[in-house]
Design a protein. Structure first.
Length: 94
């Protein structure tokens, strides 16, 4: 299976994704609507986890080794949106 756990084979930085937002400490696994899938349907549980947590590139992607663990930070969707806006990441080249 290409997409198991919290990482995707074709997306190297996704393997550095943790199970909690490093900014606000939101843990999707503690959400009862997501936790219910943990034993019933592990693939569905992992899909929900991936939808709630993203990897932010601290120094952007235009540096050598952008997917190095030191340049990756796990954040929830809300915090990722805030970081991207505050840092004006949308103005950087990819």
């Amino acid at each position: 299976m290409d997409y198991g756990g919290l990482g995707k084979v074709s997306v190297p930085h996704s393997h550095h994704r943790k199970d909690m937002c490093e900014m606000c400490e939101y843990a999707p696994a503690d959400d009862p609507n997501i936790a219910i899938h943990r034993d019933r349907d592990p693939e569905e549980f992992n899909r929900h986890m991936r939808q709630q947590l993203e990897v932010h590139h601290i120094n952007g992607r235009d540096i050598p080794e952008p997917d190095h663990p030191d340049n990756c930070m796990t954040v929830c969707v809300r915090c990722h949106r805030k970081l991207t806006t505050d840092n004006q990441d949308y103005l950087r080249s990819n």
